[in-house]
Design a protein around this ligand. Sequence first.
Ligand SMILES: *Cc1c(COP(=O)(O)O)cnc(C)c1O
Length: 339
Amino acid sequence: MSKNIDWENLGFSYIKTDYRYIAYWKNGEWSKGELTQDNVLHISEGSTALHYGQQCFEGLKAYRCKDGSINLFRPEQNALRMQKSCQRLLMPEIPVEMFVDACKQVVKANKDWLGPYGSGATLYLRPFLIGVGDNVGVSPAPEYIFSIFCCPVGAYFKGGMKPTNFIVSDYDRAAPQGTGAAKVGGNYAASLYPGKMAKARNFADCIYLDPAKHTKIEEVGSANFFGITKDNKFVTPLSPSILPSITKYSLLYLAKERLGMDVVEGDVYIDQLDQFKEAGACGTAAVITPIGGIQYGDNFHVFYSETEVGEVTTKLYNELVGIQFGDVEAPEGWIVKVE
Ligand SMILES: *Cc1c(COP(=O)(O)O)cnc(C)c1O
């Protein structure tokens, strides 16, 4: 039985669901993970996650299909990206199979929290890995916890996509050879203040430029950037300090293979926005957010429109979301059925 939730009006906030997965790394190996109803962690005050930011996380969604079955979208990609984050922060990797199996267990155990097909609601999964155990010096933790919880979340846009405005920040979320490409909490802690400044000026969030020279677009808040050029190329930035968005790489593929577009991963100079007829931000939470305009210094650049969504952005959105909810045929291996 579905929970008594107003699925159409759900936002994006923490809701305690029934079960979460938890596994412990001790003495060089992972315990057999299990589901628990307890949503509180009891960890050492010396945990490296608390002092030195030794932690990483992931985000992915489960989708209810028309036939009632449940889809996960490319969960192995999240598993592989988490392994890269682990390598960067010297944490033990989670095997891909263990990660995907844990996602499935959490969705199955909480399936009443996944809204009906057509409501736009999804189940957002938050896998995370933290360094724990008694420690005080700057060194990798003696023990780790890997857990996945989930929350029901609403459609990002109620009543269709709407363009959103952003402002270029003077701050950086990551350093040139830092941890920008790893999904780690430290990048987010660094983004809270610039994000607050952007919101105080009525922008949805800020745009981060390349941290070395501040001439090229890197991230749009906690999403990746893409632009559609006037000659119909799909362009997205390439840089070692960008978090490699699975949504972005999926759009790159769909633009090329399904829409027949040329695709480019390269430099996107902030003073060359005129080349684009449309632009957007993409990620699991944001799906595709059309960018209305970008404020850069005193200049406000409008792409397609501040109120209307461009044709290519709309096509990409329909293709991606159609695949996720099982209405459009998926490229091989993109959909993993939960049951
Ligand atoms: C998670 C994240 C994204 C989006 O990645 P997806 O895999 O598409 O969800 C983009 N930028 C940042 C900084 C992120 O943390």
